[in-house]
Design a protein around this ligand. Structure first.
Ligand code: ADP
Ligand code: GLC
Length: 479
């Protein structure tokens, strides 16, 4: 079975969040079980510079970009660094060569032509899945991810092509919304601008297009698949999602157990294992040293790594942080994003030198060292489609405290592998923090909880088999 996995990020090439981890790992896991899965990604400069042994396999001359003026783009083929997953890269400098990130410039402002840029990604994905593809290799299934690829199922259907499509929602909060006059500029017919189409509250939404035109919708945990059918977390799409509930499934993400393995992680000062956990103490001491925290072996160290966005519940953490320090705990934070949250974090650090440390920025190595060096991991997200850090934490013996939402609810078991609280309020989080302090002081019980988490299996294989079964069922119903 041939699958084209279209995505706007994939680790280790380009990453802003969990989508990249998933896009880096799932195609490889699908290949492990025998599928011919290949990745399609835009050729941002940071991607192009990491590629090796590329060949040009196609030239497109009639893609839509900027008001009906066609642009030419080359399709490069190579392998994902460090794996044998085939990779198609769209080399279109006019669209993708920018100073800044994949979506925003260096000041955090969205590029004004994001609609055209990601329409281009969607156009190429659709073209490669259609009979007039320039490649000999044609996918049986096109798998799209998040709004950046949402137009691909629309382009395919509107061209009358029946290749089955899957649309995975990694986060419903990002919907790719653009003004209605964009429609013709993206080569979409006026007839698709309606409830039965790409229209969303008077605008055009790339995600809505994907949710409407794809044969099947998946999201990244069973609980989130249920939650998004209701107003509270449906972000305006709940009606459509509920009406498509028979073509909607929640498939839990896995984690890359090669990259995230405390017994072989090169980012750590030393290795450890569930049966030989003593190295974790050294990781803690080294982390305290690295971040300027007091060298206290017995102070419970709370870690948190997150995009600093409202979603991640940083307000809750800020509300309980003084209490954690008063009870003798320490806090290590890593994240970047919303400037007001960053400022509040800086203020917190200034209030508690030696007890609270934060790195405002993006640091892959430090994210591994925080997972390894902390005793407890804070993940009080207001909503969380899946969440990866709580699974990394379980594997690294950093006991997670999570809000009972989305994938957090599906991966952490209260009082067995971590602490789960139900209302996203400072008080409810505080009660969970107190439970963690209490258990931490009972060493045998604490070790038991750590070990229970470290023994959980979050590898991709099971999810890959579920995706395979889904692709098969789509092929048998559409073909
Ligand atoms: P989301 O995709 O919503 O940001 P996830 O938990 O699914 O949340 O994935 C986040 C990923 O990004 C994890 O791999 C996490 O370690 C990483 N990450 C987030 N912020 C940072 C940061 N500041 N530095 C390093 N890694 C980060
Ligand atoms: C999104 C979600 C996160 C999920 C990730 C990968 O960014 O916010 O919960 O783990 O995608 O699917």
């Amino acid at each position: 079975m041939r699958v084209l996995y279209a995505t706007s990020e994939a680790a280790p090439l380009i990453k802003t969040g969990g989508l990249a981890d998933v896009s880096g790992a799932l195609p490889a896991a699908l290949r492990e079980i025998g599928l011919d899965c290949r990745i399609l990604i835009p050729g941002y400069p940071v991607v192009i510079e990491k590629l090796q042994a590329t060949t040009t396999v196609a030239e497109f001359s009639n893609l839509f970009f900027n008001d009906a003026t066609g642009i030419s783009a080359r399709l490069l083929e190579c392998r994902m660094p460090g794996s044998d997953t085939p990779l198609y890269v769209i080399d279109a400098p006019e669209a993708f060569t920018r100073i800044g990130g994949p979506y925003q410039d260096a000041n955090g402002v969205d590029y004004p032509d994001n609609a055209q840029r990601f329409s281009l990604l969607s156009q190429v994905a659709a073209r490669l899945a259609s009979p007039d593809s320039p490649l000999d290799w044609r996918p049986d299934v096109l798998h799209c991810n998040d709004w950046q690829t949402g137009l691909a199922p629309a382009y395919l259907r509107l061209a009358g092509c029946l290749t089955p499509t899957v649309m995975t929602v990694h986060n419903l909060a990002y919907q790719g919304i653009f003004p209605p006059d964009m429609l013709s500029r993206l080569n979409l017919p006026a007839s698709c601008f309606g409830v039965e189409g790409v229209e969303y509250y008077g605008n055009l939404s790339f995600l809505k297009a994907g949710l409407y035109y794809a044969n099947h919708i998946t999201t990244v945990s069973p609980t989130y698949a249920e939650e998004i059918q209701h107003p509270q977390l449906g972000m305006g799409m709940q009606g459509l999602l509920a009406s498509r509930r028979h073509q909607l499934s929640g498939i839990l993400n896995g984690i890359d157990t090669g990259d995230w393995n405390p017994s072989s992680d090169l980012h750590l000062p030393c290795e450890y294992h569930v049966r030989a956990p003593s190295g974790k103490k050294r990781c803690k001491r080294k982390l305290q040293e690295e971040l300027g925290l007091e060298a206290q072996a017995d102070a419970p160290l709370f870690g948190m790594i997150a995009r600093m966005a409202h979603q991640k519940g940083m307000d809750l953490v800020l509300a309980v942080a003084d209490g954690i320090v008063d009870r003798g705990g320490q806090i290590a934070l890593l994240g970047t994003g919303d400037k007001s949250i960053e400022a509040a974090v800086r203020e917190l650090v200034a209030r508690h030198p030696g007890k609270v440390a934060a790195l405002i920025g993006y640091d892959e190595g430090l994210s591994h060292r925080i997972e390894a060096g902390s005793d407890i991991f804070l993940m009080p997200s207001l909503f969380e489609p899946c969440g990866l850090n709580q699974m990394y934490s379980l594997r690294y013996g950093s006991v997670p405290i999570v809000h009972a939402t989305g994938g957090l609810r599906d991966t952490v078991e209260d009082e067995v592998t971590g602490f789960v609280f139900h209302e996203p309020t400072p008080h409810a989080l505080w009660l969970a923090v107190e439970r963690a302090f209490d258990l931490y002081s009972q060493k045998p019980a604490w070790k038991k909880m750590m070990a229970a988490g470290m023994n959980r299996d979050f590898s991709w294989e099971k999810s890959a088999l579920t995706y395979q079964a889904l692709y098969q069922s789509l092929l048998s119903t559409t073909g």
